[in-house]
Write a protein that binds this ligand. Structure first.
Ligand SMILES: O=C[C@H](O)COP(=O)(O)O
Length: 241
C-alpha cells in the first residue's frame, strides 16, 4: 500500500534553539493528525542531534539532507550513515536539485548515496525534476526518466520514496498545476518496478494549495521547503483535508 509521507525540508535554516521551539509548538498541533500520515522533519545536522533527544517517540520522524556513501574517510564536509544512525534518523533526502546545482551532485553520486542510505537502514527520498528551460524544450519526461534510470541502478524499490520537484517551482511561489504534477508523477510511477512506491510532490507547497495537491490520485505526499519552517503553517499542511 502507498503511504502518505509529508516531509519538511528545512534546508540551511534554524539553529538548535529555534528547532526545539518549533518542535514544542508543532507537537500540540499534530495531536489529531490522521493516523497513517508519516510526518518527517529534515533538519540541519546540528539540530537533528538535539531534536532526537527531545522527541521521545511520538509522530515526528527525523530526516537528514545528505549522506556520504563511505562509512568514514577523508571527505571534508560530508556525513556518513554511521553518524546518522547514532542520532535516530529515519529518512534521508538524496539528489535534491540544490545539491545537484550547487554541489556537483550527479546521477552517479545520487545512486551511490541512495545505496548507502539503504545499506544503513534508512529510507531515502530521491528527488527528481526538470528546470524551466528543460520543460519549455519539452524535455521533462526524458530528464526525469534519465534521473530515475541512472539513480536507481541496484536500489531496492521496496524501501524508497520519490519526490517530484520541478525546479522552477521550488521557492518561487509558482506551484506546478496539481493536474500536471499528477500527470508527471504518473509517468514516474510507470518507470518504477514497484508501483507502490510513495511519490511526493515538492515545489511551493503551502497551506493554501495543499488540499488540492493532495486530492490528486497519484500524489502520496509532499516535500515542503519554506512553508515547513513555521509550525502553524506546516501543521496545516500535514493536516490537509
Ligand atoms: O525540498 C523542498 C523543496 O525544495 C521545495 O521548497 P519550497 O517548498 O520552498 O518550494
Amino acid at each position: 500500500m502507498r503511504k502518505i509521507v509529508i516531509a519538511g525540508n528545512w534546508k540551511m535554516h534554524k539553529n538548535q534553539a529555534e528547532s526545539l521551539a518549533f518542535v514544542e509548538q508543532f507537537k500540540s498541533k499534530i495531536e489529531n493528525t490522521t493516523e497513517g500520515r508519516e510526518i518527517v522533519l529534515c533538519a540541519p545536522f546540528t539540530s537533528l542531534t538535539v531534536m532526537s533527544k527531545n522527541l521521545h517517540g511520538g509522530r515526528i520522524m527525523l530526516g537528514a539532507q545528505n549522506i556520504h556513501w563511505e562509512i568514514e574517510g577523508a571527505y571534508t564536509g560530508e556525513i556518513s550513515g554511521d553518524m546518522l544512525q547514532e542520532i535516530g534518523v529515519t529518512y534521508i533526502i538524496v539528489g535534491h536539485s540544490e545539491r545537484r546545482q550547487y554541489f556537483g551532485e550527479t546521477n552517479e553520486t545520487v545512486n551511490l548515496r541512495l545505496k548507502a542510505a539503504q545499506k544503513c537502514g534508512f529510507k531515502p527520498i530521491l528527488c527528481v525534476g526538470e528546470t524551466k528551460q528543460q520543460r519549455d524544450a519539452g524535455e521533462t519526461e526524458n530528464i526525469i526518466i534519465d534521473q530515475l534510470k541512472q539513480g536507481l541502478i541496484g536500489v531496492d524499490q521496496n524501501n524508497l520514496i520519490v519526490a517530484y520537484e520541478p525546479i522552477w517551482a521550488i521557492g518561487t511561489g509558482d506551484t506546478c498545476q496539481s493536474t500536471e504534477a499528477n500527470r508527471v508523477i504518473g509517468v514516474i510511477r510507470q518507470q518504477l518496478d514497484n508501483k507502490n512506491v510513495s511519490i511526493q510532490y515538492g515545489g511551493s507547497v503551502k497551506p493554501s494549495n495543499v488540499d488540492e495537491i493532495m486530492s490528486q490520485p497519484e500524489i502520496d505526499g509532499a516535500l515542503v521547503g519554506g512553508a515547513s519552517l513555521e509550525a502553524t503553517s506546516f501543521a496545516r499542511i500535514v493536516n490537509y483535508q
